[in-house]
Design a protein around this ligand. Sequence first.
Ligand SMILES: *[C@@H]1O[C@H](CO)[C@@H](O)[C@H](O)[C@H]1NC(C)=O
Ligand SMILES: *[C@@H]1O[C@H](CO)[C@@H](O)[C@H](O)[C@H]1NC(C)=O
Ligand SMILES: *[C@@H]1O[C@H](CO)[C@@H](O)[C@H](O)[C@H]1NC(C)=O
Ligand SMILES: *[C@@H]1O[C@H](CO)[C@@H](O)[C@H](O)[C@H]1NC(C)=O
Ligand SMILES: *[C@@H]1O[C@H](CO)[C@@H](O)[C@H](O)[C@H]1NC(C)=O
Ligand SMILES: *[C@@H]1O[C@H](CO)[C@@H](O)[C@H](O)[C@H]1NC(C)=O
Ligand SMILES: *[C@@H]1O[C@H](CO)[C@@H](O)[C@H](O)[C@H]1NC(C)=O
Ligand SMILES: *[C@@H]1O[C@H](CO)[C@@H](O)[C@H](O)[C@H]1NC(C)=O
Ligand SMILES: *[C@@H]1O[C@H](CO)[C@@H](O)[C@H](O)[C@H]1NC(C)=O
Ligand SMILES: *[C@@H]1O[C@H](CO)[C@@H](O)[C@H](O)[C@H]1NC(C)=O
Ligand SMILES: *[C@@H]1O[C@H](CO)[C@@H](O)[C@H](O)[C@H]1NC(C)=O
Length: 742
Amino acid sequence: MKAHLSWILPAATWLGVVPIESRLVGIPTVPFQAAGEGQLALGSLKSIIVDTRFDDARDEQGETLIPPTLHEFAEVFAADLKDALDLELQLSNATDAGQGAIFLTLGESTDEYLDAAGAPTSEGYTLSVSADGITLRGASPLGVWWGTRTILQQAILGKAGASLPYGEVHDAPGWATRGMMLDAGRHYYPPEFITEICAYMSFFKQNMLHLHLSDNFNVAGHYSRDFALHLFARFRLWSDAETLAGLNKYRNESYTRAQFEHMQTACAARGVTILPEIEAPGHALAIVQWKPELGLASDLSLLNISHPATIPTMQAIWAEFLPWFHCKTVHIGADEYTAGAAEYNRFVNAMSAFIAAQSGKAMRIWGTFPPKPEYDNVHENVSIQHWAFFEDNPLRDYIQNNYTVLNSDDSYYVVAKWSASYPQSVDFRRTFHGNPAVSGGGLWYPHIFDQKDASNNPPSNSSKVLGSVAPLWNDYGQNASVVSEAYYAWREGIPALGDKQWGGDLAESEFASVLNALRSKIPGQNLERSVTSKSSKILEYDFKAGATNTAEGQTQLDDLSGNGYHASTDCPSSAGGGGGLAISSDCVVKTPLSSKGRNYTLSLDLKVDKLASPTNTTLLSGGDSVLMLTPHITLFASGSYYRLNSTVPLGSWVNLSITGKGRQTFATVKTLGRKRQDRGAELQLRNDDDGKREEFLAILGVLGQFHVWAPVAIEAPLAQIGGEGSGWTGQLGSMTLTSEAL
Ligand SMILES: *[C@@H]1O[C@H](CO)[C@@H](O)[C@H](O)[C@H]1NC(C)=O
Ligand SMILES: *[C@@H]1O[C@H](CO)[C@@H](O)[C@H](O)[C@H]1NC(C)=O
Ligand SMILES: *[C@@H]1O[C@H](CO)[C@@H](O)[C@H](O)[C@H]1NC(C)=O
Ligand SMILES: *[C@@H]1O[C@H](CO)[C@@H](O)[C@H](O)[C@H]1NC(C)=O
Ligand SMILES: *[C@@H]1O[C@H](CO)[C@@H](O)[C@H](O)[C@H]1NC(C)=O
Ligand SMILES: *[C@@H]1O[C@H](CO)[C@@H](O)[C@H](O)[C@H]1NC(C)=O
Ligand SMILES: *[C@@H]1O[C@H](CO)[C@@H](O)[C@H](O)[C@H]1NC(C)=O
Ligand SMILES: *[C@@H]1O[C@H](CO)[C@@H](O)[C@H](O)[C@H]1NC(C)=O
Ligand SMILES: *[C@@H]1O[C@H](CO)[C@@H](O)[C@H](O)[C@H]1NC(C)=O
Ligand SMILES: *[C@@H]1O[C@H](CO)[C@@H](O)[C@H](O)[C@H]1NC(C)=O
Ligand SMILES: *[C@@H]1O[C@H](CO)[C@@H](O)[C@H](O)[C@H]1NC(C)=O
């Protein structure tokens, strides 16, 4: 089958024309032509061979300015095969495939693969599987990369172990821009989270992460001028440039140039481009807090464009950061500006000309003031990100006036944790349940802005539709959610949207089982913070049992779970023996683990004798959270303290357990009595134990007007007990971790 019609296939499937064998179920689904009955077992392969002729080739067509070479993509693929399938293939270069290899090569031209609009795309690929091996031929190295995702997915889903059916996949995306937007302005996400999210997205063939890098709480009329000048507002890029001194006051919640470089490179290594947004002239309170004279008196989060320093200030900011960005397009935000359209248009055009002159980059804005005959309108080379029909009609206002439009319609909006208008996770079922009366039948695709009224949608082959990006907003700031809750908000949304953004035709009935089968194998990330374990018991230390090995002052503490997660310590056994380890700031217990995500129960038997600083004691720290006494039992995560009313009584043995159960986190404290038995010390519950479970809650502030209490899902800290700065002395009896929410 010669299908530059590859993306048309799903269209035919809508009509029920294409037989089911002509696709492979994956996310996205891929068009497939079988060649006989057989299956190629990946275990029988020996190597990955990169076509020497194209070893250094790069895709120049995509959004990124730092495209990896074919060889670099091949290296990541080889590591992924090891991670996901425990398959170790030798990576080498040669001019032909030979036997038993995955041969990675490029086609003659990109014209072989067409997108939904019928334009050539460099992201297409052909995968040929036979008894001899696999040939993966891309329109570019990026096309090859997407083909490697197909190999991994099909091998994971393979019914006969890691195997692929004989035949050919000829596949290309319908739309060039496929991805998500993260509001990193009103919530800080560490660089590692960004790169892990890129890995998750990439597995489902999404290629863009739009990072919203500055924003603030809604000001409009809620606060006095002085209050607004101190309201929560953040600008997340950190520069030492003197011209920008004072713009960003929060270094520990910002990206340095080196970090931004790392994030862009790590995401590009998996085919994902980071597209940066610095927002103005609305949502610009961070800039007004820096230069108050630039704010509009009626709403300090809006810039006064008429002020002679406003445009030069924004240009100075962009002049500093443009060289950081390895992307052909940048975003200046420009939404929800409620002052005049004429000044707004002047601002947008001035920024577009400046950015083009400085860097040659194109510019994007959110749909805000659609073109009108009476204005000097936003120039057509500024692309428009449509988000709401009350702002614009993407077809009539923009596409019919020759603007290109990215579909971010708020039907897929998410607001972290709570909102009066939007859901807390992607409403992914919409991707399967379009209105049958609308073009595209029962499914959603990026050209469908309106699932109710087809007259608002361009045809699927419109060249003006860039693709789709679905945002997550953090309207209620940092303490509303912890970092990983953004992943859970997107966990189903990324794959469901990814399928349709590519042009796949996955059915709702297929979705859950395919995603479940794939999810635990997605390489390059461990967003769920899962820990490999032989049984539900992940970890068990009995610190009273003493050491097995002692060398150079370090004692090994055996993990009794059978998983071999032995800890080490330089803490002494407590005086008199039988009481476990004597903990202080002078010694430390270290485990080989860092963090465990939902579900879990973490239990510690311990006796806290003294707190050096009653409001700042660290019992146990990990990669995503810290268990503290402040003196209330507290989990510190993502920069916020989640406090309970309970405390831990001093001088008594207690069993403190933390439970992560779905979206919730709980703690229980039971006071324990000591009872001597013949064979060593045992701990038993005393009669006066309360043992009442208390829930950690996020307390969101809404527009300075009221609070919302909501569950929060915090990972268990596992890495370290005691050590410098921990601030307590006492004894540690045992520590256990299970994968069950008890
Ligand atoms: C294969 O490609 C890599 C990366 O370009 C290069 O360093 C290496 O020398 C090549 N090996 C062979 C055998 O050509
Ligand atoms: C905006 O700035 C101009 C020039 O400085 C000034 O004349 C005008 O009053 C300002 N407008 C508002 C609403 O602050
Ligand atoms: C977009 O159009 C403006 C106005 O004509 C121009 O100054 C700018 O260079 C163009 N941008 C690009 C990336 O071509
Ligand atoms: C859009 O562009 C086409 C081709 O350049 C041109 O013929 C047409 O007049 C333009 N339409 C509008 C509304 O500007
Ligand atoms: C888009 O497809 C329609 C048929 O659905 C066809 O009439 C039209 O010519 C196509 N437009 C382009 C630009 O290919
Ligand atoms: C950054 O530092 C401030 C001030 O010390 C602290 O309150 C905040 O929690 C820190 N943020 C993070 C994400 O750790
Ligand atoms: C702590 O106690 C207060 C007052 O009784 C109660 O409103 C609140 O819900 C408790 N906090 C938690 C986290 O249970
Ligand atoms: C501590 O509490 C946990 C959870 O309730 C329980 O599984 C464990 O057995 C308890 N340990 C002791 C020594 O009581
Ligand atoms: C965690 O527990 C909740 C509530 O019992 C359950 O719905 C969910 O499936 C569990 N999640 C995992 C990952 O086991
Ligand atoms: C979280 O921050 C909001 C401000 O956004 C504040 O009103 C609220 O009290 C904070 N919650 C806690 C528990 O500190
Ligand atoms: C708590 O103690 C740690 C370790 O000494 C220190 O780094 C941190 O700044 C302290 N936090 C506060 C809020 O005092």
